[in-house]
Design a binder for this molecule. Structure first.
Ligand code: 3EB
Length: 333
């Protein structure tokens, strides 16, 4: 039997627009899915695999194509609005819901997650491992609750409706960011068995945040370890459940890096052994593009040239957070 670390033979590649077409040729039939970050809507390939536009400006480039590739042949399933693909070990999905109908972001979140849970159960990949959530006006309150908090209510409801445990092993690694325009985008990785949920000893588990941060807590873990692949959630300057250093981007970056170190430390205690920065992929979400030079200098010093880093301008889900960093640490490439 293959060891767990061989089960997920995934590769992640970050490419700019010019190099995307040749990458598609090179990995034909083995691409699980693509997240395309770009301020303006790109022309997307019609090859069938999930390939989803996320309307975030890329700082320093037109676009960043984040391509998840398998070592094995990929089968494409599903159809819009829920596109699915699988290599027989892991499932990649993307769901796009336009913001038109009644009900707002709360019912859209509930509907998206309910549809996803039904689909992954049916396909035999019931364990949600990693989710990317993007939607517009995340910090706006349409006369009531902030939209991020409404989103949390809807997401939580779907977990409950579908009988999903909210606790260790029940919640995926995730990120949730605000776009300047566009639809609700939910991309995800799902597995046949749960990964190992990683939490951060100096942060409250997000699913236990107190109600000051919304009537229902966000349902995510700080990271998920699957085999020797570490999926680190959006990580920010939060200690306990409180934002540390509102208004100070340099100090938020310090706390964020400390939180990343702690999450990686926990993963190592659970057996994670990758050490090569060349296999580390980071998405750095900045609320203000003008913070880029300072953050870039600091991260260059922290990770060196080897790590793959995309800088994306986004609204962070708490209005006092100025940045958030998510990471994927791959065991093979
Ligand atoms: C935090 O730690 C910052 O709602 O899915 C990070 C990762 C954050 C995921 C989510 C939110 C989410 O609370 C925000």
């Amino acid at each position: 039997m293959a060891t767990n670390s061989n089960i997920y033979s995934l590769q992640l590649v970050y490419v700019s627009h010019e190099n995307f077409a040749s990458l598609l040729d090179e990995y034909k039939g083995r691409i699980l899915g693509v997240l395309v970050y770009s301020a303006s809507e790109p022309e997307l390939p019609q090859d069938g695999f999930p390939c989803t536009w996320v309307a975030l400006p890329v700082i320093g480039d037109d676009a960043c194509y984040q391509v998840w590739i398998s070592a094995r042949p990929v089968k494409v399933m599903g159809a819009a609005p829920l596109c699915l693909s699988s290599d027989g070990n892991i499932l990649f999905g993307s769901m796009v819901l336009p913001e038109a109908g009644a009900g707002g972001i709360e019912s859209m979140a509930c509907s998206a997650y309910s549809t996803i849970f039904d689909a992954i159960d049916k396909e035999g990949y019931p364990s949600l491992l990693r989710v990317w959530n993007y939607f517009s006006r995340i910090n706006d309150a349409d006369g009531g609750l902030e939209r991020y908090r409404e989103f949390n209510v809807g997401r939580h409801e779907a977990f409950c409706d579908k009988g999903r445990a909210i606790g260790e092993e029940g919640v995926p690694a995730a990120c949730a960011l605000g776009t300047p325009q566009g639809d609700l985008v939910v991309c995800f990785l799902a597995g046949k068995a749960p990964g190992i949920a990683i939490e951060n000893p100096r942060q409250t588990n997000a699913y236990r945040y107190p109600s000051d941060f919304g009537p229902k807590s966000p349902t995510f873990s700080r990271g998920v370890l699957v085999g020797d692949l570490l999926l680190i959630s959006g990580t920010a300057s939060i200690i306990g459940s409180e934002t540390a250093h509102p208004e100070n981007v340099a100090r938020q970056l310090d706390e964020t890096l400390e939180n990343l170190r702690l999450v990686i430390g926990q993963a190592r205690e659970c057996g994670f052994s990758v050490n090569d920065p060349g296999r580390l992929y980071l998405n750095v979400y900045l609320r203000h593009a003008e913070d880029y030079p300072g953050v870039r200098n600091r991260l260059d010093a922290e990770f060196g040239d080897a790590a793959h880093v995309a800088y994306l301008q986004a609204n962070i889900c708490r209005d006092d957070l100025l940045l958030e960093i998510e990471a994927f640490w791959m065991h093979c490439r």
